[in-house]
Design a protein around this ligand. Structure first.
Ligand SMILES: Cc1ncc(C[n+]2csc(CCOP(=O)(O)OP(=O)(O)O)c2C)c(N)n1
Length: 557
């Protein structure tokens, strides 16, 4: 009779759930899990701060459209990872968080790293949080947690594991590990709603398709393209769905905010097919600017709570976006669709006009570098298939102006939490998930400071992420807000120093370069990728310009 630990049961169950990588930071409470991962060759990417491990698990989940797993030890390890749990909760990212805690036998003894009810703390920000108290129950409860995290609407699950449960010795024949942990069952739309949606779209003068995270996670790229092309409908995306329809596709209009460019009365979309979209921040809330109030909305979402939350819907479909597109495609084929070439031209012209408006920024010769020049040079010089992670605030809004990705899962940036500083963690997860793809993290100089020691994680794990710091000596989005709301002579707590972030990265062994002139930037990006090492390119950026998207957001304050 072979005896195994509770930690071994955790790892054996995770393996049945096809878990190939875990992110975490060690603590004695988790030792049995670390030892079992070693035995089973499950790599643990160990970070320098638990929040980076959590964000890495999020990045992994978003890049793979699968489950991410993060571990944090009892007490401070747990409290450090909470920002990631909140981020995953608001973004509905499927992450399993495993936390250690003091042994059950130590309850109420004022012992080390204990005294917190960790489950109670995160219950409001998880799909499910549970403390496992019986070692034999580990396989059932871990499998249950994995299924809850990965089933629609997806989201984070936390399993808290007391140290004496993890170190308990169990007869391996007394516990069965579930054979099948993951399920992939999708909800289909009601045929009458499909007919209604097609009728509305066929009768529209200026229809658009909006795609959000639900469309991305459902893997709808082929079906989306088929439907957009069959019906001639332009497509706009939020960041998670970016690349689902390639950016160079003639029907691709841009990220959601670009819909505000369709502002003339005869340019406003009249029917919107929203696939896996959550209305709110990225659609500018209740405002008319992105989604016209008069537009008829067909909303396809797996979570019924999202349908009608901000906008009345003409058709509400609680179903999987990919299955819905399949049903739409099956019926759209036999239908004759109106000629949409004039409408498509309007969308294409709006893109050209936006580029023209930015042209003078591109032509600037003298330093400091205009942020639009910087992001343009970055995108023009990064290798094909680069996954871009957008952190900071204005930094990623500038990136939104130029990002063009031709495959899904290639642009990972802020969700509803807007957690500045998540970039290095997300990048680590995206790189671990995609060893064969380049990864670039665009960070503000504020953002980079949160987890700057993660350059060490990248070095230790051989993750050649290129980190570009948009260094404007400022928490720029905060500073610009302050200037607008309180006045330019009222700056407080929003300015930073011109720090040598690249030298910090170099101290960890990374490739490093400072860039002050625009003509140096392209070669610097190329050299950073060519180095084959983690890299930091620290660019001197002009703090003055405000990204066009922020004009829209700040105008609402
Ligand atoms: C963790 C966290 N702290 C504070 C904020 C508030 N905040 C929003 S934008 C911003 C400034 C970001 O500055 P930086 O990273 O330098 O990027 P930039 O705006 O300069 O591109 C801050 C502090 C936040 N969103 N998240």
């Amino acid at each position: 009779m072979a005896m195994i630990t509770g930690g071994e049961l955790v790892v054996r169950t995770l393996m049945r759930a096809n878990v190939k990588n875990i992110f975490g930071l060690h603590g004695a409470h988790l030792e049995t899990i670390f030892q079992s991962c070693l035995d089973h060759h499950i790599p643990i990417t160990d970070t320098r701060h638990e929040v980076a491990a959590g964000h890495a698990a999020e990045g992994y989940a978003r890049a793979t459209r699968g489950l991410g797993v993060a571990m944090a030890t009892a007490g401070p390890g747990f409290t450090n990872i909470i920002t990631s749990i909140a981020n995953a909760y608001l973004d509905r990212t499927p992450v399993l968080y495993i936390t250690g805690s003091a042994g059950l036998a130590q309850a109420e003894t004022n012992t080390l790293q204990a005294g917190l009810d960790q489950v109670a703390v995160v219950t409001p920000i998880t799909k499910w949080a549970h403390r496992i108290t019986v070692a034999q129950e580990i396989p059932r409860l871990v499998a249950h947690g994995v299924r809850l995290a990965t089933s629609n609407p997806t989201g984070p699950v936390l399993l808290d594991m007391p140290m004496d449960v993890l170190s308990a010795q169990i007869d391996e024949n007394s516990v069965a590990i579930p054979e099948k942990v993951l399920i992939d069952s999708r909800s289909s739309p009601d045929p009458k709603d499909v007919d209604e949606a097609l009728k509305l779209l066929a009768g529209a003068a200026r229809p658009v398709i909006m795609i959000g995270p639900g469309a991305y996670f459902s893997g709808a790229e082929a079906e989306l393209r088929e439907f957009a092309e069959a019906t001639g409908t332009p497509v706009y995306s939020d960041f998670q769905a970016h690349g689902l329809l390639p950016s160079n596709h003639p029907l691709y209009g841009g990220t959601f905010h670009k819909m505000a460019d369709l502002s003339a009365p005869d340019q406003r979309p009249d029917v919107v097919l929203a696939l896996g979209v959550r209305f709110g921040l990225f659609t500018l809330g209740m405002s008319d600017l992105v989604v016209p109030l008069a537009a008829k909305i067909i909303h396809v979402e797996t979570d019924p709570k999202e349908i009608g939350r901000l906008r009345q819907v003409a058709v509400g479909i609680v179903a999987d976006p990919r299955e819905t597109l399949r049903a739409l495609n099956a019926r759209a084929k036999s239908q004759k669709w109106p000629d949409r070439s004039r409408w498509q031209q309007t969308v294409a012209n709006a893109k050209v006009e936006r580029c023209k408006r930015a042209q003078s920024d591109l032509n600037r010769a003298a330093p400091p570098i205009h942020p639009f020049q910087a992001v343009s040079a970055i995108v023009d010089n990064m290798p094909e298939r680069t996954i871009v992670i957008g952190d900071g605030a204005e930094a990623y809004h500038w990136m939104n102006e130029v990002i063009r990705q031709n495959q899904p899962g290639s642009y990972i940036t802020h969700g509803f939490l807007g957690a500045v500083g998540m970039g290095l963690g997300l990048s680590i997860g995206a790189q671990v998930a995609n060893a064969d793809r380049p990864v670039l993290c665009l960070a503000g100089d504020g953002a980079i400071g949160f987890t700057i020691a993660e350059f060490d994680t990248m070095m230790r794990h051989g993750l050649p992420i290129v980190v570009v710091v948009m260094n404007n000596h400022s928490w720029a989005a905060s500073q610009h807000f302050q200037e607008i709301v309180s006045g330019k002579n009222r700056l407080t707590g929003t300015e930073l120093r011109d720090a040598k972030y690249h030298e910090v990265a170099a101290a960890f062994g990374c490739h490093a370069q400072r860039v002050t002139e625009i003509q140096e930037l392209g070669p610097a990006i190329k050299a950073a990728f060519a180095s084959g090492k983690p890299a930091c390119v620290n660019i001197a950026i002009d703090v003055v310009p405000l990204p066009p998207e922020l004009h829209l957001l700040m105008a609402r304050h």
